[in-house]
Design a binder for this molecule. Structure first.
Ligand code: GLN
Length: 436
């Protein structure tokens, strides 16, 4: 119990603030407020945690790392967070992200920079980079993120911690600021596997305030067969080595490896970015500067107010995606882009079903590169998108996936991910436990 109200708590909080100056994991810290919110005396009693700043916690800022919502304080708490509070966990602050969850580095945040704890000159990954960095740096034992196309798993892999993206719908999205609603789910990162599983079990289950939420189905599969990808996957050499090493380890542990090819992987990124930007352009239409969001100092008329609010409030990546989304949804273009992407999505779901008919789980890389440097020496926004092919697959198919740290290459952490059929989270934990 780090939050005991005594000297131990003082030491913890001052260390937390100090560490944050270096890492930039948290956009806001307010443990006193967090303690006042936490009611329960359950399995998570006294455990501090961080919440990605696109998930609502009453009385805390809810900025989405955007100038648009810089001054917003949330009047309510997300269901996933409430359930953790009822078990005694304590929110200590809100963590950094790429603006509205759009990116793979945290460098798209309009409100701060997050450094990878393993090498401060490198990105923590994204979009839940603040949460992954906070856990990796030992600031909190666990933190929440959201995963629309890899945003929990990729930063977890970059920071050397576990990151779970649950089955679509198994964790309520009530209180998660929408980016691409049909793809995203709240997940968590942790250094400890048992804690991660407990956090998941506390958060999951149907919620009447999210009609797409549902209770998980029973799954008692004992994992024996693990599908692995063969052929040239376009991985950086150190990442390819780590993926091969993980396969060796699993084989030595007695698992049967089943080689598969997923030709559809090539289409995951175009399908994902068509669907995600289409949904984003609709979801972000609510930020007009009238009901929500940044309000310009001065404007002639309502049209100009909206134009100014959106021009000043959104960063370049968000604008790019809104433009892409409106483009693919334009009348006359829908068959060419949006509907085609939906067909690819179905294909990907079917081909994963095929994989899961011959194997219990699928082992995949998370991201083709090691944590890349901030700025010029890193990946361009386009390269980052192309690199999302392994993560977005799980979101397009709605299946659960767990990023597992598998050691270091060139002094930097590397992860692999395990995917299972819907509701197969316990399979993921089985494999990760055996690996540990
Ligand atoms: N890299 C993905 C994107 O930029 C990740 C998004 C996410 O999961 N929130 O869309």
């Amino acid at each position: 119990d780090l939050l005991d109200g005594g000297a131990k708590e003082e030491t913890y909080l001052s260390k937390l603030r100090e560490r944050n100056e270096e890492i930039g994991a948290f956009l806001s810290l307010d443990a006193a407020r967090g303690k006042a919110l936490s009611s329960g005396d359950g399995v998570l009693r006294g455990l501090p945690f961080g919440v990605k700043d696109n998930i609502a916690v009453e009385g805390f800022p809810l900025t989405c790392a955007s100038r648009m919502l810089q001054d917003l304080v949330s009047p309510y708490t997300a269901t996933a967070v409430s359930r953790l509070l009822e078990q005694g966990a304590v929110v200590v602050g809100k963590t950094n992200l790429d603006e509205f969850g759009m990116g793979s580095s945290c460098d798209m945040s309009a409100l701060g920079r997050t450094n990878n704890p393993w090498d401060l000159s490198r990105a923590a990954g994204g979009s839940s980079g603040g949460s992954a960095a906070a856990v990796s740096a030992g600031m909190v034992p666990f933190a929440l993120g959201s995963d629309t196309g890899g945003s929990v798993r990729q930063p977890a892999a970059f920071c050397g911690v576990y990151g779970l993206k649950p089955t679509y719908g198994v964790v309520s999205r009530f209180g998660l600021v929408a980016y691409a609603s049909s793809l995203e789910v709240i997940g968590a990162v942790a250094m400890d596997l048992d804690l991660l599983e407990t956090v998941f079990e506390v958060m999951r289950g149907e919620d009447e305030r999210d009609h797409s939420s549902l209770d998980p189905e029973e799954d008692d599969c004992e994992v024996r067969r693990i599908a692995v990808l063969t052929g040239d996957l376009g991985l950086e050499a150190p990442v390819a080595r780590a993926y091969e090493r993980a396969q060796e380890v699993l084989k030595d542990l007695g698992f049967q490896l089943v080689e598969v090819v997923l030709p559809e992987l090539e289409y995951a990124v175009p399908a994902y970015y068509t669907i995600a930007t289409a949904e984003a352009s609709a979801n972000l239409a609510r930020y007009t500067g009238i009901r929500y969001g940044h309000r310009p100092m001065w404007s002639e008329n309502p049209q100009e107010l909206m134009r100014k609010a959106r021009s000043e409030g959104f960063g370049p990546e968000v604008k790019l995606r809104i433009l892409l989304g409106t483009f693919v949804l334009r009348s006359g273009f829908q068959d060419r882009y949006y509907h085609k992407a939906q067909r690819v999505r179905t294909l990907i779901r079917r081909s994963l079903e095929q994989v899961f008919s011959s194997a219990d789980v699928l082992l995949m890389p998370v991201f083709p590169t090691l944590p890349f440097p901030h700025g010029e020496g890193g990946l361009s926004s386009f390269q980052q998108k192309m690199a999302d092919r392994f993560t977005t697959t799980a979101n397009l198919a709605g299946v659960p996936a767990l990023a597992v740290p598998v050691g270091r290459e060139e002094g930097l952490p590397v992860g692999v991910q395990v995917m299972a059929p819907p509701f197969g989270e316990q399979r993921l934990f089985q494999v990760a436990r055996a690996y540990r």
